[in-house]
Design a protein around this ligand. Structure first.
Ligand code: DAH
Length: 344
C-alpha cells in the first residue's frame, strides 16, 4: 500500500474505532495504538525514508496533516464522552435525599441535670443564686455553725489557699451569702462547683452541688418533705418512693438524708436474681442531705427569731449517674465525645 493510501486508511480505521470507544480507558488504548511513539502512525512515517527523495516533502506534509486531524478527532470524542458521563452522573444524583447533618455538639450531662433541677425549683418559685468558688473560712464553715476546731470540719477534706481562704467544700456558703443580702421571705437555689482533697474511683477533687434554701415565718418539716418529694418525682418519675432518714449536719437541726427507691431495680433490691449493683440490694439510694436551718445560722446572718426555714444540698453527678445509669464517675471528667454525644 502506498504511503498516502496507508495514511487515509488509518484515518478511516480511527474514525471507526472512536465511534466504538465507550469510555476513557478504551479511548486511551486507541490513542496509544494509533498515535503512540511506536503506534500505527509512527510506523507509517518511518517508511518516509523508503520513498524517492523528490516524493518525501509532499508525503511528509500529508503525514503531518493526518497527525493533526487524528489529534482533533480524539479531542472531539473525549469531550463528547465527558459530557455524556457528567449527564449520567447528574441523572444518578438525587437532590431530594437529606444532606449529611454536621454534629452540633451537645450539653454536658452535668449541665443538663443542673438545668433540669434548677428548672424544677424555679418552677416552684425559687430564685437562682451564686457565690464564689474561692471562699472565706467564715462563709464555708463558721457562719454554718462550724467554729474553728469543730469536729465536723473533718467531714470535708478542705483545699486551703491561706489559713482563712479556701476552695469551697460545698455550696452551703451560698445560703449564708443569700441571707446576708436578702430579707425573708426567700427561696433560693444555688448550683456550682465544689472542691475537696479527695480522689479515687468514687470521688473527684472537683464536683458539682446544688444548694436549696427557703426561709419564711412558719416553715416546717412538712414544707421540706413536700418540696423535696415533688422535686425527686419530677426528676426520677412519679412512682419513685422517697424516705427521710435522720442524720446530722452542723447547719441544720433536725437533719435528714433523703433516699429514693432504686432506679435500677425499682426498689426490689434484686436484678436478675442477684443483689442490685446500684443499691447494693437495699432497694434504696441516698440522694441528698437536708434539714431545718439551725437557729445558730440565723443568728450568724442576723435574722429575727420568728423565722424558720429548710435547706438541702445534693450532688449533681450523683443525680446524673442515677438518672442515666452511668456507672463510673470519671466519665464526667474525661470528655470522651463518644460518651458526651449520647446526651445530644
Ligand atoms: N453541705 C452538705 C455537704 O456538702 C450537704 C447539705 C446537707 C446541704 C444538708 C444542706 C443541708 O443545705 O441542709 O455534704
Amino acid at each position: 500500500m502506498d504511503f498516502v493510501t496507508a495514511l487515509e486508511s488509518l484515518v478511516g480505521e480511527l474514525e471507526e474505532g472512536l465511534r466504538k470507544a465507550g469510555g476513557p480507558e478504551e479511548l486511551e488504548a486507541l490513542r496509544v495504538d494509533v498515535l503512540g511513539r511506536k503506534g500505527r502512525l509512527a510506523q507509517i512515517i518511518s517508511r518516509l525514508s523508503d520513498l524517492e527523495p523528490e516524493e518525501r516533502p509532499t508525503a511528509g506534509q500529508a503525514a503531518n496533516r493526518v497527525k493533526e486531524h487524528c489529534n482533533a478527532l480524539f479531542e472531539e470524542r473525549r469531550k463528547t464522552l465527558l459530557a455524556a458521563g457528567e449527564a449520567a452522573g447528574l441523572a444518578r444524583f438525587d437532590p431530594t435525599l437529606p444532606g449529611r447533618a454536621p454534629w452540633r455538639g451537645s450539653l454536658h450531662p452535668t449541665t443538663l441535670i443542673t438545668e433540669e433541677i434548677c428548672g424544677i425549683f424555679t418552677g416552684m418559685g425559687f430564685e437562682v443564686a451564686s457565690g464564689p468558688e474561692v471562699e472565706n473560712d467564715y462563709y464555708n464553715f463558721e457562719a454554718l455553725n462550724m467554729p474553728p476546731e469543730h469536729p465536723a470540719r473533718d467531714m470535708q477534706d478542705t483545699l486551703y489557699i491561706t489559713k482563712n481562704v479556701l476552695m469551697r467544700t460545698h455550696t452551703s456558703p451560698v445560703q449564708v451569702r443569700a441571707m446576708t443580702t436578702r430579707t425573708p421571705p426567700l427561696a433560693v437555689i444555688a448550683p456550682g462547683k465544689v472542691y475537696r482533697r479527695d480522689s479515687d474511683l468514687t470521688h473527684t477533687p472537683m464536683f458539682h452541688q446544688i444548694e436549696g434554701l427557703m426561709v419564711d415565718k412558719d416553715i416546717t418539716m412538712a414544707h421540706l418533705r413536700g418540696t423535696l418529694t415533688a422535686f425527686v418525682r419530677a426528676v426520677f418519675g412519679q412512682r419513685t418512693r422517697v424516705r427521710f432518714r435522720p442524720s446530722f449536719f452542723p447547719f441544720t437541726e433536725p437533719s435528714a438524708e433523703v433516699d429514693i427507691s432504686c432506679c435500677l431495680c425499682g426498689g426490689k433490691g434484686l436484678t436478675q436474681g442477684e443483689a442490685c449493683r446500684v443499691c447494693k440490694g437495699t432497694g434504696w439510694v441516698e440522694i441528698l442531705g437536708c434539714g431545718m436551718v439551725d437557729p445558730a445560722v440565723f443568728t450568724a446572718v442576723g435574722y429575727p427569731d420568728e423565722v424558720s426555714g429548710f435547706a438541702f444540698g445534693l450532688g449533681v453527678e450523683r443525680v446524673a449517674m442515677l438518672k442515666y445509669g452511668i456507672g463510673d464517675l470519671r466519665m464526667f471528667f474525661e470528655n470522651d465525645v463518644r460518651f458526651l454525644r449520647q446526651f445530644a
